[in-house]
Design a protein around this ligand. Structure first.
Ligand code: DC
Length: 227
């Protein structure tokens, strides 16, 4: 019998640790991890690279025809042939990505790609609108949160480790601004799906958060890590 295709949606605000947890859960279950935030970041970079204004919807949409984004199994992000893995985490992109993510045609194009990616394989997909809009029929929906302060410190430490120059104050401001824009946008805003399970990771280690997500997946689907 063929294995059932399972989709796990992990949504929540910026820097709530979704990608760290989602990546580990995907690896343990043998599912494909899909970082949808990286896709919005890649578009933002493509817009900036072409000298367009990322706050201008009409200008930004012009990058859509022929746009190609590849999320490689080793975590690299390739956009139109360029390796953008590192540059999409830099402040210039982080500070503008929420504008790009609020543009309807850009969202529709990326949502199409995301649905396609989840069609033929089991996925753990992290983002803001996965359970509410991209995969409303997802088998498991998690809404992962943490306090703003915790999220800012985590993102700051992540940046330090990656050699990306930022200050804690800068990161905290960015997190607050993105929360406001992501939750307030008209189309597919950040909000928990009514059938999602809330996990607050403010006082959890990564392993505890991974275990909490695995417990929900087991309860909803019966699927557990093989070893
Ligand atoms: O998860 P992240 O911080 O890399 O996401 C970058 C931005 O993309 C974030 O400000 C919100 C937006 N985003 C979105 O609107 N919808 C998604 N599914 C994923 C990310």
């Amino acid at each position: 019998m063929e294995d059932k295709i399972i989709s796990v949606a992990i949504d929540g605000p910026a820097a709530a640790g979704k990608s760290t947890v989602a990546k580990k859960v995907a690896k343990l279950l043998g599912f494909t991890y899909i970082d949808t935030g990286a896709m919005y970041r890649a578009v933002t970079y493509a817009v900036i690279k072409r000298g367009l204004d990322p706050k201008d919807e009409r200008q930004s949409e012009t990058v859509l025809p022929g746009l190609k984004i590849d999320l490689l199994p080793d975590g690299r992000v390739i956009c139109n042939g360029d390796d953008v893995t590192t540059v999409i985490r830099e402040p210039l992109v982080s500070g503008n990505v929420s504008y790009i993510a609020s543009f309807k045609n850009i969202r529709l194009a990326l949502v199409d790609m995301q649905r396609e990616m989840a069609k033929c394989r089991s996925v753990v997909m992290d983002g803001r609108d996965i359970g509410t809009y991209v995969l409303p029929e997802a088998d498991v929906k998690i809404y992962q949160i943490a306090s703003v302060e915790t999220r800012a410190v985590r993102r700051y430490e992540e940046n330090l480790a990656k050699g990306i120059p930022t200050t804690l104050k800068e990161v905290e401001e960015d997190v607050r601004t993105r929360d406001r824009i992501d939750s307030g946008r008209a189309f597919a805003p950040l909000k928990p799906a009514p059938d999602s399970v809330l996990i607050d990771t403010s006082f959890m280690s990564v392993d505890q958060a991974v275990d909490a997500v695995l417990a929900v997946i087991k309860e909803k689907t019966g699927v557990t890590p093989q070893c």
